[in-house]
Design a protein around this ligand. Structure first.
Ligand SMILES: Cc1ncc(COP(=O)(O)O)c(C=O)c1O
Length: 458
């Protein structure tokens, strides 16, 4: 496919504050077929708004189940977005030259947010809605520490307290993420902790997992009337808030006179992937735009590529609704790879539905191959990427090399959803040549299947 090339050597496409979108995009009404509903963990009947109200404010529950194609962004949230949005779109000209590829590579850079990733896009929206509902404290889990720091920052903006359960392995690898959360006023526990029943029950998994940390945070929110729980990914309303990224990217690519052939993003719980791709996916669904969508995940936690599509719990202990998703089993504790934000046994039901419908191609990458791509990127484009988006960089470099092989000028867009300035111990380990490279095994898969809860089949 040939594309108009912008005449200049522009590197950064920058929008003004007035261009911050006024609405988020909800893909639900455009999806082909009925989405299977989440189920109440006890009754196995569809979970309704009342089932979620002990831990979420009604305004977010209504966004979760909304059938409106667009949801207006409240003005105080747009105002908070002005602190770092719009984020830049870069053309990776130096990487293109290093790869000697005819592909045009663009990346949407979310590392300019105060917390250094895409996570504040939903954190400020969630903190605002909880504060407006009279809630005093938010509890949450964090993997890499990115989400915890985003929520700590957002709670500070809207006058809420914040309590974070940080996955044990990340807590040890990233002490400065903890400092950051504390600087913004949050209380941080190493998970599994001894302050919750869920944590005490999981003491035999000292490196922790997102599933365990979620159980701890949900338990505290369910038991305290003034405390709500806040989830940094997976749920529809979180993906909704993140669509601000894809909308800006469309406007910025228009400035460059281009439209992507392929959109690539990493997937932990799916909000980064959904946020970048949904505005493009809607064009594909409505207008038939021929775009490929690639979801990049770690080989050590290959939910979309090796998981089974079934109802499963979102957390380890089994407190959350049963969700229709690809899962490695709620009891699966992924090995402590450095991409802490991608160590989740399940994925967003919306993203899983898109994979199942064949609209999204999932791909798994090994840790050393991923870091090789991250280092190549850092040495050409200069930004040191977080280990999570390094998976998307790996996929992008592979696609750019495929374009060179085919002699085609393909347009690639990927999400650089965070910088890696707090992940340098991971770079140290990689550069010392000492990274383990665990891969999910058949035995792991068999164990996952055996541990699935009794639930209607999908
Ligand atoms: C830098 C970074 N990128 C990506 C992810 C995964 O995000 P998502 O859950 O939105 O897929 C995380 C999660 O913590 C992260 O910290």
């Amino acid at each position: 496919m040939s594309h108009t090339v912008s005449g200049s050597e522009t590197v950064k496409y920058v929008l003004g504050e007035r261009d911050i979108p006024t609405h988020w995009i909800n893909l639900m009404p455009d999806l082909p077929g009925e989405a299977p509903p989440p189920l109440h963990p006890g009754t196995q009947q569809p979970a309704g708004p009342d089932d979620l109200s002990p831990i979420f404010p009604m305004s977010l529950i209504l966004q979760e189940v909304s059938a409106d194609p667009e949801v207006e962004i409240p003005e105080p949230v747009r105002d908070a977005y002005r602190l770092w949005r719009p984020t830049p779109l870069y053309r990776a000209r130096r990487l293109e030259r290093a790869l000697d590829t005819p592909a045009h590579i663009y990346y949407k850079y979310e590392g300019v947010s105060p917390a250094g990733s895409h996570k504040p896009n939903t954190a400020v929206a969630q903190a605002y809605e909880n504060a407006a509902a009279g809630v005093r404290k938010l509890s949450t889990e964090t993997g890499a520490g990115q989400w915890g720091s985003a929520l700590a920052f957002a709670c500070q903006l809207f006058g809420l307290q914040c309590e974070v359960w940080m996955v044990g392995s990340s807590y040890d690898q990233k002490p400065y993420r903890r400092s950051m959360m504390q600087a913004w006023g949050a209380t941080v526990h190493r998970s599994p902790s001894d302050v919750t029943a869920a944590g005490r029950a999981q003491a035999e998994h000292p490196t922790g997992s997102l599933g365990i940390a979620i159980s701890e945070a949900v338990e505290v929110a369910a038991q305290n009337a003034d405390t709500n729980y806040s989830l940094g990914s997976v749920l529809n309303h979180v993906l909704l808030h993140q669509t601000i990224m894809g909308q800006e990217a469309i406007a910025q690519l228009e400035m460059a006179g281009e439209y992507p052939d392929t959109v690539i993003a990493c997937v932990g719980g799916g909000s980064n992937f959904g946020g970048l791709t949904i505005p493009f996916l809607r064009r594909t669904l409505r207008e038939g735009a021929a775009t490929r969508f690639i979801a990049a995940e770690p080989a050590a936690c290959p939910t979309l590529t090796k998981g089974v599509y079934a109802y499963d719990f979102g957390d380890t202990v089994g407190l959350t609704p049963l969700m229709p998703m690809y899962t490695l089993g709620h009891g699966f504790v992924p090995p402590p790879v450095h991409a802490g934000g991608l160590r989740y046994h399940g994925d967003s039901p919306l993203v899983c539905g898109l994979v199942r419908a064949g609209l999204v191609e999932p791909r798994a990458y090994r840790q050393n191959d991923t870091f090789a791509a991250a280092v190549q990127f850092a040495r050409t484009e200069s930004i040191i990427p977080a280990p999570e988006p390094a998976h998307a960089i790996r996929a992008t470099i592979d696609e750019a090399l495929a374009a060179r092989e085919a002699g085609e000028e393909r347009v690639l867009l990927f999400g650089l959803c965070g910088h890696g300035n707090f992940d340098l111990s991971a770079y140290d380990a990689y550069l010392a040549g000492g990274l383990e490279d665990p891969e999910f095994s058949q035995a792991d898969l068999d164990a996952a299947l055996a541990a699935l809860p009794e639930a209607p089949s999908l």
